[in-house]
Write a protein that binds this ligand. Sequence first.
Ligand code: HEC
Length: 128
Amino acid sequence: MRTLALLTLLSASSVFAAVDHEAAFKADIAPILEKSCANCHDPKKTKNGKVKAGFDSSNLKSIVKGGKEAGEGIVWGDASKSSLFKTVNLALTSPEDDLAMPPKKSHEKNPPLTKEQVAKIKAFIEAK
Ligand code: HEC
């Protein structure tokens, strides 16, 4: 009986300890993407309702899935494998790269992310 009670307690506490990705996304990440990505990657904002490279930045589920060519948008726990992080980080390290997001030539309408915002995205993906 005691073991059972302990197990119940343990599983309940691990539920509470788990990161709430959806809440963190809404609070910290969505506002960044709305400002810098939505014009090209949110089907509600693009002119024809299509998103560039098949990457839909408007909700967490489609971001996790990723776009056509760059692999999964989010691999939980590993930003270096996540196209969401790789593309925004490229904008800091290799701004001329075609996959640097938002694209350099569009910065007037789609502000590039600050180092702090890129770090926030990394922390979001790797939070435990
Ligand atoms: C001005 C339009 C525009 C904006 C703004 C923009 N992107 Fe893109 N995005 C593109 C284009 C065009 C491509 C395809 C680039 C290529 O394949 O050479 C692309 C590709 C991508 C891909 C790769 C998808 C795949 O798997 O093929 C990701 C991920 C991505 N963008 C994320 C973002 C994020 C995150 C932001 C905001 C920080 C953003 N983009 C802002 C136009 C845009």
